[in-house]
Write a protein that binds this ligand. Structure first.
Ligand code: NAD
Length: 482
């Protein structure tokens, strides 16, 4: 018996969870279920994340969470339960298989079998945002070496465990050379540890276009959080239906399994919803808790049900479907087919011997020699027609140690010295102080002294960002605009 925590959620949640659990039970899954309440009622009781403290205790006990969708109440003050759960439980990997079931589910891409592996904790989702000036807001994009190594290694380990052939990486490192550059570099390094697997990298824009156009050329795709968030929905949709997608969120100690769709309140309580997304999430859970035989039996019975044309309303099509069923009728049809394999669709097989608790590990870095060689001082300045030369002349008066003004940019475009008068300027200025060749080491005292001089001159410092060399290499964008 494996202990799991189950939440039935809101809207169609209870119906699709009952259907899913009935199928798992009939297949002989060894589950010891702890139910918890999450979602709308819990939010309305005053828990801002939609989950009560005692529910965390259940998760700490079981470490495995099967979760139905919830409804987030309208209005402010409510935090996303999904984001809270991912962060609290350290669920760094989001795994979303996106598979076509043509001709049973209409799709423009009948040959599609892609698994999107999305980094789940970092990137722009760290939630560090600031309004810095009247006109400018900022969101910090954090990409870390341990976070990237974990997700990339996870993707390769996943490909190995599931007999897949190729891992593709999407980034935008032609623009974000440090952050996405770290992701891409890490991908290349880890790919070399898996010589039996093909690997490739695409810039995310053209990669996304190829994914939407010819998904059959992809196998496993790993990407940072934001690209993964968007493209995993695109990939699920182009299989023909997001209603069939299940996903896993995996961490070092915890895992959560769910459908990718929401609580669909309009069809709730009508025994109409398709339980397939949650069921496929539960299949991933069975593999994870090392019950691969049950996972295989359930998955194949589900494929057989689909190809027999027993469909819920969302998939039902005259000529292809043979029987329209509701949520519970669909579950009964899957149960009737336990032990059978599909004849037209490809049957699945979950290797009993392979690694089911896939993890991405990372290596501790040896700290580099870090030298401070400059500082970017960000100013909120709205003076004299926003003329960069006026600001530049003011800042030319200040120096501290080796630091002198070298450059001012506005939204990343160089405006001083020798800017173009046509450049549109906001009230947000990045002022770079270094030595001319950015090679003279200084100390933070110099930053403090410079900041003091600038503040005393009545200028408004938003923030400072240190410019460093790591082992002699420049470790900041040169940022002079395109
Ligand atoms: P939704 O995914 O719930 O529903 C969109 C439409 O898709 C529905 O009207 C229905 O026609 C169809 N649909 C979805 N699931 C289906 C199923 N299993 N069977 C048949 N048809 C299905 O999206 P929404 O209406 O935008 O969101 C409703 C609520 O769900 C919102 O409160 C949203 O915040 C929440 N939500 C929760 C999760 C989650 O808990 N993981 C994810 C997404 C949305």
């Amino acid at each position: 018996m494996t202990k799991i925590t189950v939440a039935k959620g809101d809207g169609i949640g209870p119906e699709i969870m009952d259907a899913t659990l009935n199928i798992l039970k009939a297949a002989g899954a060894q589950l010891d279920i702890e139910p918890i309440e999450i979602g709308e009622q819990v939010y309305l009781k005053g828990y801002s994340s939609g989950i009560a403290p005692e529910s965390w205790e259940s998760l700490q006990r079981t470490k495995v969470f099967l979760k139905a969708p919830i409804t987030t109440p309208q209005g402010g003050g409510f935090k996303s339960l999904n984001v809270t759960t991912r962060k609290t439980l350290g669920l760094y990997a989001n795994v979303r298989p996106c598979i076509s079931y043509s001709p049973y589910v209409a799709t423009k891409h009948p040959v599609m079998n892609v698994v999107i592996i999305r980094e789940n904790e970092e990137d722009l989702y760290a939630g560090i945002e600031h309004q810095q000036t009247d006109e400018v807001t900022q969101c910090l994009k954090l990409i870390t070496q341990p976070g990237t190594e974990k997700i990339v290694r996870f993707a390769f380990e996943y490909a190995k465990a599931y007999g897949r052939k190729k891992v593709t990486c999407f980034t935008k490192d032609n623009i974000m050379k440090l952050t996405d550059g770290l992701f891409h570099k890490t991908f290349e390094k880890i790919a070399s540890e898996y010589p039996d697997l093909e690997s490739e990298h695409w810039i995310v824009d053209i990669g996304a276009a190829k994914l939407a156009d010819t998904p059959e050329r992809f196998d496993v795709i790993v990407m940072p959080n934001l690209y993964g968030d968007i493209l995993s929905d695109v990939a699920a949709q182009i299989t023909g239906s997001v209603g069939l997608g299940g996903s896993a969120n995996i961490g070092a100690d915890y895992a959560m399994f769910e459908a990718i769709h929401g609580s669909a309140p309009r069809i709730a309580g009508q025994d109409a919803a398709n339980p397939s997304g949650l069921l496929l999430g539960a299949v991933q859970m069975l593999v994870y808790i090392n019950q691969p035989e049950i996972a295989e039996e359930v998955h194949n019975a589900w494929l057989k049900t689909l190809e027999d044309g027993v469909h819920t309303y969302d998939l039902f099509k005259e000529g292809i479907s043979t029987k329209k069923v509701g949520t519970s009728g669909f579950a009964d049809a899957v149960i009737e087919r336990l032990g059978q394999k599909p004849e037209k669709l490809e049957p699945v097989s979950y290797d009993a011997e392979s690694n089911h608790q896939i993890q991405g590990t990372f290596q501790q870095l040896t700290p580099a020699k870090k030298e401070l060689v400059g500082v970017d001082i960000f100013l909120h300045w709205n003076g004299e027609n926003r003329d960069p030369n006026v600001l530049g002349d003011m800042l030319s008066k200040f120096s501290s140690g080796p630091f002198e003004i070298q450059l001012i940019t506005n939204r990343g475009v160089k405006v001083f010295p020798d800017g173009l008068p046509e450049t549109f300027c906001t009230d947000h200025w990045r002022c770079r102080f270094t030595s001319e060749k950015m090679d003279k080491a200084a100390s933070y005292e110099h930053v403090i002294k410079l900041s003091q001089l600038i503040t005393e001159a009545g200028l408004d410092i938003i923030k400072t960002e240190n410019l460093c060399r790591f082992d002699g290499e420049i470790a900041f964008s040169l940022g002079q605009g395109q």
